[in-house]
Write a protein that binds this ligand. Structure first.
Ligand SMILES: C[S@@+](CC[C@H](N)C(=O)[O-])C[C@H]1O[C@@H](n2cnc3c(N)ncnc32)[C@H](O)[C@@H]1O
Length: 244
């Protein structure tokens, strides 16, 4: 992620970094690469199973994981240098509370990094990802798990503007054009296979028989359509802001 590294290149050493909604810790790799001066990176999430997998993955003793709700971050105010949230905002029932907690624990002049896949201005192949993702969200919601539709670019920009922070930079990546350069049809098919397997097992969890039948039918239609169209991942938007 060269662009993020460039934006963060002026950051000093001994940084205390926090990643909210860390899940399996995917975004920590980006933080490690873009902020080589970190003294600690702490990933927090409410899901213990995900955190256990993340703990297995990272052997660096400066990286720690804690089971903690982003709505109630158990760190002192003004104590963190850089705080990130990646592909998590659309999973939150109360994103305003989480964002306000993130802002509280951030030091003055500290940085917030917001990274989200977006739902608009996507190519037909990228819309495959958006459709699969929104279907996952619909089924998760029926299963009682908060998983909203992903935001449009404009919605995301508005959420960030409402935080009253100084905007440092914003860029898109994973665009259709970037993926077109390295496209691999075999790999696309494999990703679609995995998506449909994951959707099928989610549908199995639906105990209501009518819902179960309805979503299996939707899945079959989607399967036929997407294997014809192909699959690219949705463009992501990265926004970096500074606490005033
Ligand atoms: C799609 S995952 C994103 C994982 C990772 N950040 C990434 O970019 O791949 C969203 C994560 O948000 C977590 N989450 C949802 N609500 C949360 C909350 N209130 N506090 C902390 N984590 C939360 C979920 O458990 C899930 O692991």
């Amino acid at each position: 992620m060269d662009k993020l590294k460039e934006i963060l290149s002026g950051q000093s050493k001994d940084l205390k970094v926090l990643d909210v909604g860390t899940g399996l810790g995917f975004f920590i790799e980006v933080l490690q690469e873009s902020l080589p001066g970190y003294s600690s990176i702490i990933g927090i999430d409410t899901k213990k199973e995900a955190l256990n997998k993340a703990i297995e993955k990272y052997k660096d003793e400066r990286i720690k994981f804690m089971c903690m709700d982003g709505e109630n971050i158990e760190f002192e105010s003004n104590s963190i240098d850089v705080i990130s949230i990646s592909n998590t905002l659309h999973h939150l029932p109360n994103k305003e509370k989480v964002l306000s907690e993130m802002k509280r624990v951030l030091k003055p002049k500290g940085l917030i990094i917001i990274n989200e896949m977006i739902s608009n201005n996507q190519s037909e192949k990228q819309l495959s990802h958006v459709e699969v993702h929104h279907l996952q969200g619909e089924i998760d919601t029926l299963l009682g798990i908060c998983h909203n539709k992903t935001f449009t670019e404009e919605e995301l920009v508005k959420i960030v503007e409402d935080l009253n922070l100084e905007k440092v930079d914003m860029f898109q990546y994973n665009t259709h054009e970037e993926q077109e350069k390295n496209k691999n049809l075999e790999q696309e098919k494999e990703i679609l296979d995995q998506c449909f397997q994951a959707l099928e097992s989610k549908i199995k969890e639906l105990s209501n028989l009518q819902q179960h039948k309805k979503y299996l039918e939707i899945l079959e239609k989607l399967r036929n359509k997407l294997y014809r169209i192909g699959f690219f991942t949705a463009t992501e938007l990265m926004i970096v802001c500074r606490k005033i």
